[in-house]
Design a protein around this ligand. Sequence first.
Ligand SMILES: Cc1cc2nc3c(=O)[nH]c(=O)nc-3n(C[C@H](O)[C@H](O)[C@H](O)COP(=O)(O)OP(=O)(O)OC[C@H]3O[C@@H](n4cnc5c(N)ncnc54)[C@H](O)[C@@H]3O)c2cc1C
Length: 443
Amino acid sequence: MPDVLVAGAGPTGLLVAFELERAGIDVLVLERDARPTTQSKALGLQPQSVEVLADRGLLAAIEPHADARLPAGHFSGIRIDYTDLPTNFPYQLGVEQVHVAAAIEARLRTPVLRDAAVTAVTQDSEGVTVTAGGRDHRATWLVAADGGHSTVRKLLGAAFPGTSARISLVVADVTLTRKPHGVGDDWQLPSNTPGFLLPLSGGRYRTVVVGEEQQRYGRDAPVTAGELQRALTAAHGPEIEVGQVLWASRFGDAARQVEQYRHGRVLFAGDAAHIHLPVGGQGLNLGLQDAVNLGWKLAARIRGHAPDGLLDSYHDERHPVAARALVSTRAQGLLGAPDVGAVREIVTGLLAVPEARHAVALEISGIGITYPGTTGRATDVPVAPDGRAVLVGASAPSGWTDRVESRDGTRPELVRPDGYVVWQGGPGLDSALRRWFGSELRQ
Ligand SMILES: Cc1cc2nc3c(=O)[nH]c(=O)nc-3n(C[C@H](O)[C@H](O)[C@H](O)COP(=O)(O)OP(=O)(O)OC[C@H]3O[C@@H](n4cnc5c(N)ncnc54)[C@H](O)[C@@H]3O)c2cc1C
């Protein structure tokens, strides 16, 4: 019996599984689909995600698939320079989400169980029973990473407050049999220009369209080549011609978040915990950061040495971050409306002020995210391969060595397994060790 079941083999579920396995925990990922998705979905990894993937030795397998390194992000299409961010990776990596997921999955010890849609969940004082693909699976914990339409969330009746969608958009990957010169030639930041086109590998183009026609269809109405052709012709003139529609999906600007990330023995992460308009490119980043925040805490809890409240600190730390992303994406959605040109002009001017631009860059890139009791992420302390904390420039007091790896270094730092610094020299090492890593410490 595994210690943890993970519902959903998207990037979030896979990274949770990777983090747990790294810490020596047995995990089984249950995935509804028979085969890995071919949908390109997110096309950008924010700097904080690039850091996390690099720290874990996962970036090397992703980079060869990258189409671009963009030294900037954007706020509703307004360029936000990243070059002065305090990170070794001050850029967005332009890469299709499918390659991120594949790189993580390739490193899992236990293969993902596919064709295994979760259909029932019950929990008791000892563990959870999950019915998936018609079979019952038992474990002590369940991580619900089954995406924005999360079945687990519905089965548990978890409150998911927020705002419903008011606009409807279409995202599609297409081939073009003809296009005007200069359109869709370069990988660029998404913009508010109608009929935005981004070149993908293999002659594919990503487009996002939002117009009056899209508002007339229901969420499940098929997207046709004709609909995309009309939108792209309106944007680029008669010289553009859609060939094949390779993948298309309707989405909206609903913004919702689960009230509680923990429901007994079930923990929500990624899109299962929060949905919003994918403007600014933050959704995937949020899911990956949920995964690394949760992984080591759940591992400590399973091993029996998590201090009181450590597992609940997952909700306390991550809920406010996603709540803020919902505010940010709502604001960005409003700024994209056709009749707010004057407000947009003012905001564009404000974001040209270096301090304002830097503050927004810290937020959108994820690099500025800190949690109470931490001083931000360590930029030059790779995480320990086995998911332990790292103590730099000091030796671990006796009894801590199985939880904390000591390393040489001039600047003393105690770094959590998710890369966050919780002590930087001076008094307080002992209390930091106890607060984050200790209970039933063997002296
Ligand atoms: C058009 C578009 C563009 C985007 N662009 C960006 C971007 O540039 N940057 C960014 O950061 N984010 C972006 N996002 C958001 C990003 O794609 C999502 O936030 C990300 O996919 C979340 O990952 P996840 O693992 O939480 O969920 P998902 O990727 O949705 O994975 C959930 C998994 O659970 C499986 N599943 C579902 N139901 C069940 C069940 N009952 N049982 C078992 N398995 C189940 C699904 O098959 C899927 O494999 C974009 C999204 C869209 C739609």
